[in-house]
Design a protein around this ligand. Structure first.
Ligand code: MN
Length: 207
């Protein structure tokens, strides 16, 4: 396998125990090592299948193959964003956004509390498995919440994703069982606002 042509699991920017008590070591480990790794492997397997079919001039079920590829690439990319979106509580995680991003949130939503409320509602109400994300629309220059189903549905094409929250049961079931709302509440204590702010500044600089 040529490494540069395939996806790799990114390194976690902290230790497995660093997000406690909001995310336990066991929960983080299984999420990262098993679930995220499975999307990396899944995406790569489909790319290899495409390579092989081209080489051997065989046909694939394109609809099924691309659907599966979209799910696995989405899973890998969103998880890669998610890990950087978190930081240990009190050591980069939690608090409120500041600077230009904080101002943009106030301008769009009226207040941070209103943003937090809307984002929480988007997260808690995901149908089945999915993500709550905050995006930025370069055309209107507005931050817009995007609720993704699975890893790839209801996506606004080309909108830059600024922050993400995983709402698959695999993200919280060990720690919170069926209590999704408690996991969403815990998320606010470990959001890495400086990373979100960095992504916002990169995005707005590029427009
Ligand atoms: Mn996940």
């Amino acid at each position: 396998m040529e490494a540069n042509k395939f996806y790799v699991l990114p390194k976690l920017p902290y230790e497995f125990t660093d997000l406690k008590p909001y995310i336990s070591e066991e929960q983080l480990k299984i999420h990262y090592q098993k679930h995220h790794q499975a999307y990396v492997n899944g995406a790569n397997a489909i790319l290899e299948k495409l390579d092989k079919a081209r080489k051997e001039s065989t046909d694939l079920d394109m609809k099924a193959t691309l659907k599966e590829l979209s799910f696995n690439i989405g899973g890998n990319l969103l998880h890669s964003l998610f890990w950087g979106n978190l930081a240990p509580a009190g050591k980069g995680g939690g608090g409120k956004p500041t600077g230009v991003f904080g101002e943009a949130i106030d301008k769009e939503f009226g207040s941070f509390d209103r943003f937090k409320k809307e984002f929480t509602q988007a997260a808690v109400s995901v149908e089945g498995s999915g993500w709550a994300t905050l995006t930025f629309c370069r055309r209107t220059k507005r931050p817009i919440i995007m609720q993704i189903e699975k890893h790839n549905m209801n996506v606004y094409p080309m909108f830059r994703i600024l922050m993400v929250l995983d709402i698959f049961e695999h993200a919280y079931y060990i720690d919170y069982k069926n209590e999704r709302a408690k996991f969403v509440e815990a998320f606010w204590s470990i959001v890495n606002w400086s990373e979100v702010n960095k992504r916002f500044e990169e995005t707005t600089r590029a427009t």
